[in-house]
Ligand binder design. Sequence first.
Ligand SMILES: [Zn+2]
Length: 149
Amino acid sequence: MQPDCLFCDISRGRSLADVVFQDRRFIAFADRAPIRPGHLQIVPRTHVACFDELAPPLAGGLIRLGQRLAKVLKAEYRVDRVGFVLTGNDVPHVHAHLIPMHESTDITSRRYIPLDEVPFHPPEPVPREALAETAERLRARLAACETAA
Ligand SMILES: [Zn+2]
């Protein structure tokens, strides 16, 4: 655990998060400013700054959990594809973004835009009640998906 780390605090239950899944190694919760509804973050409970520093079993577990939750997001949001990205831009604790892909540009780079003066801003935070409702629906869908499997 790292002091002053938001994701360590969430992992320890010291900061609120709308949790979809958790076990001894990972916690997955609704992103507070989602690119699309159902945008999740998966965080290893162990504080590791960068994904390339993850022990291979933990990295494998992160991918495997992303696969499980991607099935849930595909079923819930009726999308063919779910994006999985590890950027580490904001919080220096490994976290994967899992995003239902409604459009091919849902995860992209500003570098694809040839204009210099295109406004760019992060998505707006979503009210906590909406995130809690999303997390509840996805927990139920996860249970249903894994019971059926
Ligand atoms: Zn941390």
